[in-house]
Design a binder for this molecule. Structure first.
Ligand SMILES: Cc1cc2nc3c(=O)[nH]c(=O)nc-3n(C[C@H](O)[C@H](O)[C@H](O)COP(=O)(O)OP(=O)(O)OC[C@H]3O[C@@H](n4cnc5c(N)ncnc54)[C@H](O)[C@@H]3O)c2cc1C
Length: 690
């Protein structure tokens, strides 16, 4: 018996399987692989996030929908077109193979939040049932926090919800969340309607660009009336836990960021050697993958030419279903030795809910707005919901919501002590003196600094800096009595958040980790100069530019070889090289680094760019020399590159320069320094250097 394998249990795969079983009437085996054992009715996910639908209502089980199909809840790992086989993950996790006579690829696309710094760490996606449940829980949690907030500023922060993307899903999510939050307000005694702000960010001049201008304007005016703030022609540049930094330099602060843009090709499709358009499989007119007579692609993972208008079908549920249906008919034709037909579909239009039981719709050439459009939109989806049982569930949920308040309960995910990532913009505060930290921060990239405010001038003074690889905990500022002390990001900073409980469990199992973390977190970062106040004042009073520069930097290009640079360091008795690209400092390498590289497989002719320490700590000429000294002592650096505001190399500061200066201060004693104290401080700087 012939076997037709379908990868994907979404709109395209399910429709294809249904039509195949009808057309083939048991003459061929139909196998459907899906990661989940249910379909996800994605267009209704905003309703689940907004609490107007129960998650189960939008997730019909595949086995109930497709009784004559062999449904396998397994992930397909690879497609071997040469052998006509798919490689899939077995029940025990081991890969297995299955042969096919025809293969239908309907695996959709995947969420990609890596397009912007911090997006993956702080923005909520909406693609799966889990995403919708997590979003609902997150929003309800912010409402609870807002109710308990002690200041108006904190309340406003918790109640600002930022949705990135003004397409259909962004608009639906913004409308649903706005409804959820505003309908819930009467039950929160400390929150007022004016505290709530749902902001929709869109890169073009108007939202919903697929609709006609009149409907677009209606949607914008109506959403603004409902209290949704539209920010058009702006792009998000960075996301942090405080909100979104815009490309125009402005910042929108808020505790919730939702991303409805950003998809990437499914890895299965990306790995396939076949023609693609923007990562999607570019099919022949009958939906076959070019060069493969028995491989078909439909839905969001494919770009299918439409014989009706000569354009390609958009990635929507409507087109995914139609493609799935016609692909099944084409396979049945092939099995009957009949010619296949080109895909042809006249779109019946689009509809979108905008919140407040209002919508916009263009259906069969007619335009609707307001309540009729909303009613048509919901009825259209109700009609599309696959099973009668599911239709009843959705209908009852919607009717319930018309009469009774939305569900306010939220269930916290089991992850009580998380390990996660966080992004901080330069200047953002990690924590302040007196705060209790439930997580530790392990710096993955960038730098943090410990600062305190001068009570007289109000200026912020940098006490110490903390670089990549260090762990920050309460002990980091334990030695400071001043209430203004805080740890903040000195540069854009990426950190791992380590829940204290997870960490202690992990460290019990892995003893060396415990020792490392204990050392890192229990060492107060007061800086060596705290115990040498006179030397500190002397160095604080001098900028890096005022230090005696005894050494000229060796600036290397990334392509310079380890062999020639090592010889030059020895010849010129230098401490290390600074690696530059397009004039900017990108790395440093000492002789020890080069020897390490050689010991680990590098050769004399290996380029230094591949073996230097990337993103090194640098100083700017206007910064206090005390900071440079502190960094060298703390990190054990022999030297620090000095750069201008653009990151271009202007000089080099070495431990020897600091020591020479400290000793000269001791000799001249111009600012009450005692010889002993400055010499001791200088010795501390020099000691850890390697
Ligand atoms: C929030 C949101 C709102 C939307 N609103 C609308 C709307 O209003 N109107 C509209 O027309 N469209 C809307 N869409 C788009 C619409 O949902 C998609 O176009 C449609 O789901 C595409 O169907 P598909 O079958 O191609 O892919 P999907 O529905 O994404 O299904 C892909 C399937 O493949 C499975 N899969 C993936 N990889 C593997 C693997 N390796 N192994 C096994 N199984 C795998 C998945 O589990 C899933 O079952 C919306 C989408 C979202 C996210």
């Amino acid at each position: 018996m012939k076997r037709i394998v379908i990868i994907g249990g979404g709109f395209a795969g399910v429709k294809c399987a249904r039509v195949l079983t009808k057309q083939l009437r048991g003459s061929a085996e139909v196998v459907l692989f899906s990661r989940d054992n249910h379909m996800v009715f994605q267009p209704l996910l905003p309703d689940v996030a907004g609490s107007s639908l129960n998650p189960r209502a939008v997730a019909p089980p595949l086995r109930l929908m497709l009784p004559r199909v062999h449904c396998r809840t397994e992930t397909v790992l690879a497609i071997d077109t040469a052998a006509n086989e798919v490689v899939h993950e077995g029940h025990d996790g081991a890969p297995r193979r299955m042969r096919y006579d025809h293969l239908v690829i309907a695996c959709g696309n995947v969420v990609n939040l890596n397009g912007l710094p911090g997006m993956a760490d702080h923005a909520l996606p909406l693609k799966t049932i889990g995403d919708a449940i997590a979003m609902r829980a997150h929003v309800m949690q912010k409402l609870e926090k807002a109710d308990l907030a002690e200041t108006a500023e904190q309340r406003a922060f918790y109640l600002t919800f930022i949705v990135v993307g003004g397409g259909f899903s962004g608009v639906e999510v913004a409308g649903e969340l706005n409804d959820l939050v505003r309908h819930s307000l009467p039950h929160y005694r400390n929150v007022r309607p004016e505290d709530v702000m749902v902001t929709l960010l869109h890169s073009q001049a108007e939202i919903l660009p697929e609709l006609s201008p009149g409907l677009r304007r209606f949607a914008q005016a109506r959403m603004a009336n409902r209290g949704i703030k539209l920010l058009c022609e702006v792009k998000a540049a960075e996301v942090t836990r405080r909100g979104v930094q815009l490309s125009n330099g402005r910042k929108v602060e808020g505790a919730t960021v939702i991303c409805t843009v950003g998809t990437a090709p499914n890895p299965l499709v990306a790995a396939l050697d076949a023609p693609k358009e923007r990562g999607r499989l570019a099919t022949d007119p009958d939906m076959r993958v070019p060069g493969h007579a028995n491989v078909w692609a439909v839905g969001d993972c494919a770009v299918v030419p439409n014989a009706f208008d000569g354009k390609t079908g958009p990635p929507t549920a409507q087109f995914a279903e139609r493609e799935g249906c016609q692909c099944a008919q084409n396979i049945a034709r092939m099995l009957r030795n009949e010619p296949t037909q080109a895909f042809r579909h006249k779109s019946f239009g689009m509809a979108c809910g905008i919140g407040g039981r209002r919508g916009v719709a263009e259906l069969f050439g007619l335009r609707f707005s307001g309540f009729p459009a909303w009613w048509l939109w919901r009825s259209g989806f109700l009609w599309k919901v696959p099973t009668v049982a599911q239709k009843l569930k959705v209908g009852i949920d919607w009717a319930w919501e018309l009469v009774f308040p939305r569900d306010l309960s939220h269930f916290r995910p089991a992850q009580s002590d998380p390990v996660g990532k966080a992004r901080f913009a330069a200047g953002e505060v990690l924590f302040r003196h007196g705060e209790t930290l439930t997580t530790l921060y392990a710096i993955a990239g960038g730098e943090a600094e410990v600062v305190q405010q001068c009570p007289h001038s109000g200026a912020w003074q940098v006490l110490s800096t903390i670089g990549s690889g260090s762990v920050i905990g309460e002990a980091t500022i334990a030695g400071h009595m001043n209430d203004s002390v805080q740890v903040r990001a000195r540069t854009p900073l990426d950190a791992w958040l380590l829940g204290k409980e997870s960490l202690s469990r992990l460290s019990q199992a892995l003893a060396p980790i415990e020792a490392i973390v204990q050392r890192a977190v229990s060492r107060p970062r007061t800086g060596i100069w705290q115990s040498h106040p006179a030397a500190m004042r002397a160095l604080m009073a001098r900028s890096v530019a005022e230090m005696p520069a005894g050494t000229l930097p060796i600036a290397a290009a990334t392509t310079d070889t380890i062999g020639e640079l090592y010889a030059r360091l020895v010849r010129e008795r230098q401490v290390g090289v600074v690696v530059c690209e397009n004039g900017r400092v990108i790395g440093v390498a000492t002789r020890t680094d080069m020897l390490d590289a050689l010991a680990h497989g590098a050769h004399g002719d290996s380029p230094i760019g591949e073996h230097c320490r990337r993103e090194p700590m640098c100083m700017q000429s206007g910064e206090p020399a005390a900071l440079a000294a502190e960094r060298m002592a703390d990190q054990g650096f022999k030297f620090l590159p000095v750069v201008d505001a653009d990151g271009r190399l202007t000089g080099l500061l070495t431990v020897d320069d600091i020591v020479a200066f400290a000793l000269s201060v001791a000799r001249d004693a111009p600012i009450e320094a005692t010889t002993c104290e400055v010499a001791a401080a200088a010795a501390e700087v020099a000691a850890p250097a390697h």
